[in-house]
Design a protein around this ligand. Structure first.
Ligand code: NAD
Length: 275
């Protein structure tokens, strides 16, 4: 199965479908990421704060998959924002991952009360220049945070990884991203199973029509919207199911019905107030 790629604004490209490891237990990570690689995933999304970078690294090393066939993202944790601390943080992440570079390094949250996200963005520019990260971007940045770092630097973030699912479709940030060449990544793409998304008629009727699971329908909605998506599951069968989403296409009517679920509900924190 060939996963489509999205071109980033710095000349690199990213597989549009990947595997996320938020809340994957560190002792189980090597096995779970090994299952994901065996299922065909080549794009893994981790973060320093997930405390499972070592497991991701061990699974990568064991897999024997050539490095240039993998796309690995990790993230700068809030407490490590700042110039020197960001440089130290990427070194620690690379050591844990057993890699000499990541494909994408993100500022995890703006964490505005620290007042350091602009300084941290300038540090990520330096990190990109060293080759320790091929691409750099941000996560949980609202439009006003994005505008601030774009104005203060010479690099437009390659991506903004934001909470995005049918109840929080993020139309405004998607439009802004498109206008500035910032690719949008969806976190919590299945709503983190925190609301009954799979049972809503807009999702379940499309699933029935296509002989697909509700999760596959929601993943298709993300893909057809042009965003990058990396659902998480510890279950090998669901991993395969979530990867097997290229054999059907939602109609414009089915896409519009799922779009209509957007009511601005967040399952996570608001980036303006998260510390
Ligand atoms: P998600 O929306 O992917 O939901 C995960 C939940 O869905 C789990 O409970 C899982 O059991 C269930 N699920 C997965 N596949 C299923 C299937 N086929 N059928 C039924 N249930 C299924 O939530 P997430 O893990 O928070 O988000 C995905 C990734 O996004 C994370 O793993 C992480 O990499 C990233 N993320 C980033 C941030 C950030 O602040 N940047 C925050 C949260 C998550």
């Amino acid at each position: 199965m060939t996963v489509p790629t999205i071109s980033l604004n710095d000349g690199h490209s990213i597989p549009q479908l990947g595997f996320g490891v938020f809340l994957v237990d560190p002792p189980e990570t090597e096995r779970i990421v090994t299952d994901a690689l065996e299922a065909g995933y080549r794009h893994i999304d981790t973060a320093a704060i997930y405390k499972n970078e070592e497991g991701v690294g061990r699974a990568i090393a064991k897999s024997g998959i050539p490095r240039d066939e993998l796309f690995i993202t990790t993230k700068l944790w809030n407490e490590d924002q700042g110039t020197r601390s960001a440089h130290d943080a990427i070194d620690r992440s690379l050591e844990k991952l057993g890699l000499d570079h990541v494909d994408l390094y993100l500022i995890h949250w703006p964490s505005p009360t620290r007042g350091k996200y602009v300084e941290s963005w300038l540090a990520l520019e330096e990190i990109k220049a060293t080759g320790k990260a091929s691409s750099i971007g941000v996560s949980n940045f609202h439009e006003h945070h994005l505008k601030e770092i774009i104005e203060a630097s010479s690099t437009v973030p390659a991506v903004d990884q934001i909470e995005l699912h049918p109840k929080l479709a993020q139309q405004g940030l998607r439009t802004f991203g498109k206008s500035r060449g910032i690719a949008i990544e969806s976190w919590g793409p299945l709503g983190q199973a925190k609301y009954p998304l799979f049972e809503t008629p807009e999702v379940s009727s499309a699933a029935e029509a296509h002989g697909a699971s509700p999760a596959q329908v929601v993943i298709r909605w993300h893909l057809q919207n042009g965003v990058i998506v990396f659902p998480k599951t510890n279950n090998a069968d669901r991993m395969k199911q979530n990867f097997d989403v290229f054999g059907f296409e939602l109609t414009a009517e089915e896409m519009a019905a799922i779009d209509s679920l957007d009511d601005g509900t967040r399952v996570g924190s608001d980036p303006d107030t998260a510390t």
